[in-house]
Structure formats: structure tokens, C-alpha cells
Design a protein around this ligand. Structure first.
Ligand SMILES: Cc1ncc(COP(=O)(O)O)c(C=O)c1O
Length: 454
């Protein structure tokens, strides 16, 4: 028989135990994964989420919380309740006839958000979406002068941040080719080194008006030492802001104590608040109380005591807190899913979630290492303190083909050009068995060989 190709899966059953860099012992076998789930004190949380299924109703192995988190089961009821209030009471729903009146709705998520990002309550507010918030923050906190007009950002960075930053630089009359300072990884490395960021700030900090980095990088999954950046940047006289799209609800944050000037986020990833959900900002109280800052103003940022004076009150009086950056009244129907989500976060706490997350992601790392294929390599930091849930895998050969095979096997993850798969076990709804199953499918496809039989 000539010219007939067979794909032969080469499965390697590895049952060895090993240490990761937290000293946890893992094993590459199904019983171990199942036992981890049985012993998991947070396992009950999975049942609070709707897990997508295939056509036969079998749950998919959803490892894509870095892109879109899953729907809490309580979301639909909370949403329906508000639709009912609107139907039954119309405008009265703003103030009465409602467990969660619309007028103060943003305050119902405030304390929980503050807990998640390590802020004082008046330093956070849910509003708009991430890129819009980035623009609003830059209006206030990017104040270039002829000697200090540069912005430090990292590479690779999500396109929207680049567009926002470049357009802000242009509005101030500067050329982004000259005004952008980029923190890069070293040749042959994938992630930033903190000492390189320090050195960059030591050398050029005096020219930099704003340091604007990602808490967790969308591509590599690297969680940078935000406090170290803030300390060094402040020492050099720069303002420090963070994009927390991939950090909020993922890694422990202490924005207030770290003296971060501002931060922005979206809520559709680890905060599980649905596609295009309402985003948010953190503004450190030292700025929140500063009435003299430039900002784009709107009635929702005005002192509530005079907000409804309307045309009788033409002078803007900013609320002395992050609330002053609100412009419009928020969409209640995009706030409701956030409320459902933060109630879950509040019930469990970031500390417990982080602890489980480290074990889950550590298990994923261990299983990936056990595959021992030169077709894949992990680009996310090996240091557990320098990453969150996500592990990014570089696929050296036919990455899109591999991605399609994973999808066919019921695994939901994503692919970022040119060759990176992002895999994210989320402690709220993923299991150790999910991680183990993913690794088996990956191992099978990586070990498949095309054999020509004579
Ligand atoms: C790191 C990062 N920045 C910005 C954005 C854009 O977010 P938005 O569409 O909410 O403005 C995203 C979206 O995924 C992101 O991951």
C-alpha cells in the first residue's frame, strides 16, 4: 500500500510527580486531577456559572476567561428584575419601587470593586468602557510640557491602548514617533525585566510625563511589579497609570497603597460581566480631591447635591472622588451583570481565588512541561508572582491548525497572531480536570505524526 497517510497519536502516560516553584507536588494523571477537585474548597463556585456546552449538551472545556468570562446564573434574574421594574414603574425605577434604584446604581458595585483592586471606596467608579476611560484619564493625567512630554508604554501592547495614547500625544501637538518610549523585552526573551524598566526610567524618566503600562500583559500574561514601577516613576516625577484589563479579578492588587495615580479596566474578562460590559476607573484620592485638574465634565460627575438643579447650575462642581470623571448616567443594563458578578467575588474574596488560581495555573504549567514537545514553549513568566491565570504558549509550527484541532475537541481558548495560544484556567469556574483534559488533547495532537506506509 503506497501513499496512504495515517495520523498516529503517540500518547505518553506520565505519572511522575514534580515540584513547581511554589513547592506544590503535582501528578500527570486523571485521578490526581479529580482528587484536586474533590479537595477544592472553592469547587462549589463552578455551579454558580453557566458553562457553554457542545450540541450534545456536554460542557466545553472553557479556558478563555482572559477574553470573555462566563455568565453567573444570577445575572438573568437580576436583569429580568430591572426589566420588570422598567415595565411596571417607568421613571419611578430611578428612585423607588426598586431594590436597586437606578439613580445610585453605580454605588451598589463600588465597595466590591474597591475590594478587588485594593482601593478606598471613593477611589473607584464603574463607568464607560476601557478605551474611553483611558482617554478620560489621559485628559486629566497626561499634561505634557516642552521638556517632559513623553509616554512610556510596553511592547507588545493591545492595539486600542496604542491608538488612544498616540491620538492623545497628537492632540497635544507632539509626534508619537518621538514622544513614545517603549519598554521592550530583551532579544531572545519574551517578557519585560523589571530592572530594564528601572533603567529606562533612570535614564529617561525626566522626559516622561506619563508611564502607562499593563498590570497583566494581554499577550504574554506577565504580571509586572506595579508597585516597583510606581515607586521608580514617582521618584522621577512621572504620573503612573495602568491598564488592568487582564489584571482585575485575576491578580491581587493594592492600587491605593502602591500609590498608583489612575487605572482603567473592562469587566467582561475576569469580572464575568458580559460582552461590552461597563468598565471602570481608579483615581487615587490625592487626585480625586483635586478640583483644579483638567477633565471632560458631565452632569454625572457633578456634586449630587446640585446635579438636578440642571440649567440653574451651569458651573460644574466635581464630586471630590473618582465619581467626578463620570460624564453620563450609566447604562443600567450593562451595570446589572457587573452587580451579579461582584456579589460572587465578594462572597469568596480575592485571596482565596488567587490561592486556587496559583494551583490551577501551576498545574497547567506542570502538564505542559511534561509534554516535552519542541513544537511548543511557554512565554508567560515561570515565576508565579509574575503571572495570573493565563499561560501563553508559543506554537512553533502550524499554530492555527493546532488551534482548530483543540476547538474540534471541545476546548475553548484563543489564538493571537503570529503564533500564540492563550490558555486560562479561571478559579471561579474551571477545574483541575479541565486542565488535565486540555493537556491530554494537546499532547495527543502534538504527538501526532504523519506516517507514509509502503
Ligand atoms: C489590554 C486591553 N486594552 C484595551 C482593550 C479594549 O477594551 P475596550 O473595547 O473595552 O475599550 C482590551 C480588550 O480586550 C484589552 O485587552
Amino acid at each position: 500500500m503506497r501513499n496512504i497517510f495515517f495520523v498516529i497519536p503517540l500518547l505518553i502516560f506520565n505519572i511522575s510527580a514534580s515540584d513547581n516553584n511554589r513547592g506544590i507536588i503535582y501528578q500527570d494523571n486523571e485521578i490526581f486531577a479529580q482528587q484536586c477537585d474533590e479537595n477544592d474548597s472553592l469547587a462549589y463556585l463552578r455551579d454558580q456559572f453557566l458553562i457553554p456546552t457542545n450540541e450534545s449538551g456536554v460542557p466545553l472545556i472553557y479556558l478563555c476567561g482572559h477574553s470573555l468570562g462566563l455568565q453567573p446564573k444570577t445575572t438573568k434574574k437580576l436583569m429580568n428584575d430591572q426589566l420588570d421594574v422598567w415595565a411596571a414603574s417607568g421613571v419611578e425605577g430611578h428612585f423607588q419601587d426598586n431594590t436597586y434604584p437606578w439613580y445610585p446604581f453605580h454605588t451598589f458595585v463600588r465597595n466590591q470593586l474597591a475590594g478587588i483592586v485594593g482601593a478606598l471606596s471613593h477611589e473607584v467608579v464603574a463607568m464607560n468602557s476601557l478605551t474611553v476611560n483611558l482617554h478620560l484619564m489621559m485628559v486629566s493625567f497626561y499634561n505634557p510640557t516642552p521638556t517632559r512630554y513623553k509616554v512610556l508604554m510596553e511592547a507588545p501592547v493591545f492595539s486600542s491602548d496604542t491608538y488612544a495614547i498616540k491620538s492623545q500625544i497628537a492632540i497635544h501637538g507632539y509626534d508619537s514617533n518621538e514622544a513614545l518610549v517603549i519598554a521592550n523585552n530583551r532579544p531572545g526573551e519574551d517578557c519585560l525585566r523589571m530592572e530594564d524598566i528601572d533603567a529606562l526610567l533612570d535614564e529617561r524618566g525626566n522626559e516622561i510625563a506619563l508611564v502607562l503600562l499593563s498590570g497583566v500583559n494581554y499577550f504574554t500574561g506577565q504580571f509586572i511589579d506595579m508597585q516597583r514601577v510606581a515607586n521608580k516613576a514617582h521618584e522621577k516625577g512621572c504620573i503612573v497609570g495602568f491598564d488592568l484589563a487582564h489584571a482585575i479579578g485575576n491578580v491581587p492588587l493594592l492600587l491605593h497603597d502602591w500609590k498608583i495615580d489612575f487605572a482603567v479596566w473592562c469587566s467582561y474578562k475576569y469580572l464575568n460581566s458580559g460582552p461590552g460590559a461597563i468598565g471602570g476607573v481608579f483615581v487615587h484620592e490625592k487626585h480625586g480631591r483635586n478640583h483644579t485638574l483638567q477633565r471632560f465634565a458631565g452632569w454625572w460627575g457633578n456634586d449630587p447635591a446640585t446635579r438636578f438643579a440642571l440649567h440653574l447650575q451651569p458651573e460644574f462642581v466635581p464630586v471630590p472622588s473618582a465619581d467626578a470623571w463620570q460624564i453620563s448616567n450609566p447604562s443600567i443594563f450593562s451595570c446589572v451583570p457587573l452587580l451579579a458578578s461582584v456579589q460572587i467575588f465578594d462572597s469568596v474574596g480575592m485571596k482565596a481565588l488567587r490561592e486556587k488560581s496559583l494551583r490551577l495555573t501551576g498545574y497547567l504549567e506542570y502538564l505542559l512541561d511534561a509534554i516535552k514537545s519542541d513544537r511548543i514553549s511557554i512565554i508567560t513568566p515561570r515565576d508565579w508572582q509574575a503571572r495570573g491565570c493565563q499561560i501563553s504558549i508559543r506554537v512553533n509550527d502550524r499554530p492555527e491548525e493546532l488551534m482548530a484541532l483543540l476547538r474540534e475537541a471541545g476546548i475553548v481558548c484563543d489564538f493571537r497572531k503570529p503564533n500564540v495560544l492563550r490558555i486560562t484556567p479561571v478559579p471561579l469556574y474551571n477545574t483541575f480536570h479541565d486542565v488535565w483534559q486540555f493537556a491530554q488533547v494537546l499532547k495527543m495532537h502534538l504527538s501526532s505524526r504523519v506516517v507514509l506506509l509502503d
